[in-house]
Write a protein that binds this ligand. Structure first.
Ligand code: ZN
Length: 480
């Protein structure tokens, strides 16, 4: 570690703490190291970056190893609060207030310091909360969807980054193995640790100081593909993500990291070769694509949307729908008309009962391959649907394309066909008259709230994640 990677405020606090614990004044220390007291004072106040030679001299004078000065922890609780105060006062949010900076030194009473820190923390919390309302989240979702649509959900720069990583570990053919993933992690300087006590609100936790990635111990068949989780985490580093500046940024980073993981699990070159052969046989099938690369159905379906339009000129839509009919995720560049609310948001809306995403739940065998043509106001679409059971219920994952492209897919000759007249309310928004007659005024349903779609993002350092859980977890792990 070099001095430039160290937080200067913390370094200064550690230096002052050590000097005082040796009962040395600034003048005494300056006499030993041969630097003006004013210079040392600037260093202690975190306002000057010391040269390595000066640091060595100071460490020598104090009789401690230089590493003691450079350690990233505050030397005491009081010093920790002073460091936090200095950081808050240097933030952009504080400088826009035009208030003076308060020095955290010894003359500031403890209760005043505690009070200032409390106010700063609350201000930061409120600013985060404001920027994480459902409206902001919906708008961010919509913007992101538009950007994905504009580029046909194909991100050339991420494909390149993934190809480069694959090259660096000499991966030359087919799907990426567990071995390959370990190689990639090692190449990027990370070690992987599978632990039983990962905080429930996280997919993974990375200790940046020791470059360790903590992952959940694999429960068979549950949750996310563990390989994808590792690669998503590494994706943030490869793609150079910094702390997200707002919710939109957070979403974009997440999409990019997921894209990166999929581009490694299903490398572009091999995936395109595979799909080209299938298309030539008029037998494109998401299940085959999944099986060839050993990924989840959703990953394969999503990856298909990355490549279908860019490489094969096939416009597509993708939608993940809960058994209740609610949309959880959606993408289209084939002009299919997803249900929207007044703000244009799709997530949380109900899809038409006639769409394959919902009719599949009534199929004789919803878990086998399911195909359907649907006539809609925007034209006729062909869809292939897969149903999966999760802890939060059953979900359908649909990939669809306009009628004229169905010919390239297995099941493109299905005779199953429905008519959707939505958004015409007489299609399926209104219950049949007979039911209305007999039940109107006699029913009192209690809605299940889809909290992740409707609630504001919890405020805090990490959106959606309990920061305390994460910090406690890392404490546990670093001091066993
Ligand atoms: Zn309908």
């Amino acid at each position: 570690m070099t001095a430039s990677e160290v937080d200067l405020v913390t370094l200064g606090q550690r230096l002052r703490h050590l000097r005082r614990s040796k009962n040395m004044t600034l003048d005494q220390l300056s006499a030993v190291v041969g630097r003006a007291p004013s210079q040392l004072s600037l260093i202690e106040n975190g306002k000057r970056e010391p040269k390595l030679s000066v640091l060595q001299a100071i460490a020598g004078a104090l009789g401690v190893p230089m590493q003691d000065l450079l350690r990233p922890e505050a030397p005491s609780r009081r010093a920790g609060l002073e460091i936090e105060l200095a950081h808050f006062q240097r933030s952009a949010a504080y400088s826009t207030l035009g208030l003076p900076a308060v020095r955290g030194g010894r003359r500031l009473p403890a209760d005043a310091l505690e009070s200032l820190i409390g106010l700063h923390r609350e201000l930061a919390r409120r600013l985060t909360e404001q920027s994480a309302t459902p409206e902001v989240a919906r708008r961010a979702n919509q913007q992101l969807r538009e950007q994905m649509r504009e580029r046909d959900n194909y991100f050339a720069d991420i494909e390149q980054a993934a190809a480069k990583v694959l090259q660096s570990v000499k991966h030359t053919t087919g799907p990426l193995s567990q071995r390959g993933i370990l190689d990639i992690a090692a190449q990027l300087g990370f070690t992987l640790h599978y632990v039983p006590d990962l905080p429930g609100s996280t997919r993974s936790v990375t200790d940046l100081r020791n470059r360790r990635i903590y992952l959940p111990q694999i429960a068979s068949g549950k949750g996310h593909d563990p390989r994808a989780v590792v690669l998503q985490t590494l994706g943030h580093f490869v793609l150079g993500h910094a702390d997200p500046s707002d919710y939109g940024d957070f979403l974009r980073q997440r999409v990019e990291a997921n894209y990166f993981a999929a581009a490694l699990l299903m490398p572009e070159k091999f995936a395109v070769d595979f799909l080209r052969d299938a298309k030539a046989d008029r037998a494109l099938a998401i299940d085959d694509f999944r099986d060839a690369f050993g990924v989840s159905y959703e990953t394969a379906a999503h990856r298909f949307t990355n490549l279908a339009t860019h490489h094969f000129g096939i416009p597509v839509h993708f939608v993940r729908v809960h058994e209740s009919g609610t949309v959880y995720k959606a993408y289209e560049n084939d002009n299919v008309r997803f249900p929207t609310d007044v703000t244009g948001a799709i997530e949380g809306q109900l899809v038409c009962r006639q769409w394959a995403s919902r009719t599949v739940f009534h199929a004789a065998d919803p878990y086998s391959s399911f195909y359907q043509f649907t006539d809609t106001a925007a034209g006729t679409y062909w869809c292939t649907v897969h149903v999966e059971s999760t802890r939060s219920g059953e979900f359908s994952v649909t990939v669809g394309t306009p009628f004229e492209h169905a010919q390239w897919f297995r099941g493109g000759d299905t005779s199953r066909r429905t008519v959707s007249r939505c958004p015409d309310p007489s299609c399926c928004r209104r219950p049949p008259e007979t039911l209305v007659d007999s039940w109107s005024g006699q029913a009192w349903p209690s809605a299940r709230v889809h909290s992740h779609l409707l609630a504001a993002l919890p405020a805090g350092t990490f959106p959606g994640v309990d920061a305390q859980d994460v910090y406690e977890f890392l404490e546990r792990r670093s001091h066993p």
